[in-house]
Design a protein around this ligand. Sequence first.
Ligand code: G16
Length: 514
Amino acid sequence: MTQFEKVFRNSALHPKPVGLVLQYGTAGFRTNAKELDHIMFRMGLLAVLRSKKTKATIGVMVTASHNPEEDNGVKLVDPMGEMVTPSWEEYSMQLANAEQDVLLTALKDVIEKEAISMDQDANIFIGKDTRYRAYFHYFNTQGCYGSPTMEGYYRKLSQAFVQLTKHAPNRTDDQKHLLVDGANGVGALRLRDMERFLQNQLQISLFNDCREGKLNFQCGADYVKVQQKPPQGVEMSVGERCCSFDGDADRIVYYYKDSDGCFHLQDGDKIATLIGTFLKDMLTQAGLDLQVAVVQTAYANGSSTRYLEDVLKVTVCCTKTGVKHLHHAAQEFDIGVYFEANGHGTVLFSNAAVHKIEKLAQDSSIKNEKKRTAAQLLHSTINVINQAVGDAISDMLLVEGVLAVQGLSVQQWDAIYSDLPNRQRKIKVADRRVITTTDAERRVVTPPGLQEAVDMLVKKYPQSRAFVRPSGTEDIIRVYAEADTQENTDALAQEVCLAVYRLAGGVGEEPKPL
Ligand code: G16
């Protein structure tokens, strides 16, 4: 039996529901797990082709990240850890949506267009989160994932973190203490394993750690960010530093409670600002002339953008939602800090920047201690960061390291700038594809009249901004609003929701004020 005959026979065991069409969205295919059987099979095929083409290991990530537990998803990861290149997103949709009888034609089309040698070996790494529907036995993994890689990761990051904190001696136990909400996801399991490598430089109290409770349910980074309240199951005292991961541990947000019981959120924008400020400080002290840029999306709080541009004086770019877009933009600079407000991000250093920093950090002839220390700190910063697409644990270690070195409490970090009140809402419509956008998703193109309605509403409130975009991971429209007060923000968000409901085919009950 030929390879293609085997593919055809096995694909029949994972049939595509006739007529079902799925899009490769913000972070791959993502929907109710019941609809994904054929997708998993077909993405296995595509991963093999991508590996043969690149002659390198390809990643297959089986996760629906922040979505509820009954959803699942899959995305392909290119050799350097980036999301798969856009032309291959197209191929993935061709394969995913091909009816059963033309699947082989679609497969052969990719092989031909990309001139893939089928004699080349393929190597696939598979990752999954803690969802119970994580099927991945379809893939030919050739035994290429396992514990040695995890230990390597723990050791590398922990050593870099310990190096960073050497420059922050005499920290009290309180300062070393961090509450972590693991969202009952994979990050909780990994963090438990990793703790022993941290040499007591971080003392973690872990909550929502998979022992009980559902993945992402009333916990996790998305819940905390969107609801603007602490997760269930975390016992916070006044002023204690807390953070939440999401289900697949690629997002992180921080928060604390003040003496009046008010909740304060430090989201991706605050993290980017903290890191950007630290890097600029260190570069100045080290006497290195490297350009730092911060990449954000439309969700970035207006105050953060103003602070970065006017006070910190760094270049700020805005891209469409999705790590793949931010990552690409950040690669254009010596040092590109990118974070989505939802806590997804990392820092990229160009090869030239790494080279300059390494050279300086190893230069024993430097007499100026401040300069030497700054170079070493920059060097440890590079090592603590996961430059692939970031992850919550490495981001957490970087934030903890920066706070320690700068001697900042969570309240002092929060006081760097004040967020404008903001609100995110979700609206259900019959077909979310009716809304198309432009200008990094800040303006609506279709349906006609919707952008004009949003513009009119925004004019009613001081310091306000609002936008509307279809989600690429959930079957909904997202609405974002910010204004001078929470009351005005909520009123604006409500009015924009109504405009979407009326002009873009809302379903179910009309949106109500929160
Ligand atoms: C994914 C993407 C993020 C994006 C988020 C929401 O996150 O990786 O870049 O911000 O979806 O996207 P959307 O608004 O299009 O639904 P995660 O953490 O769910 O993988």
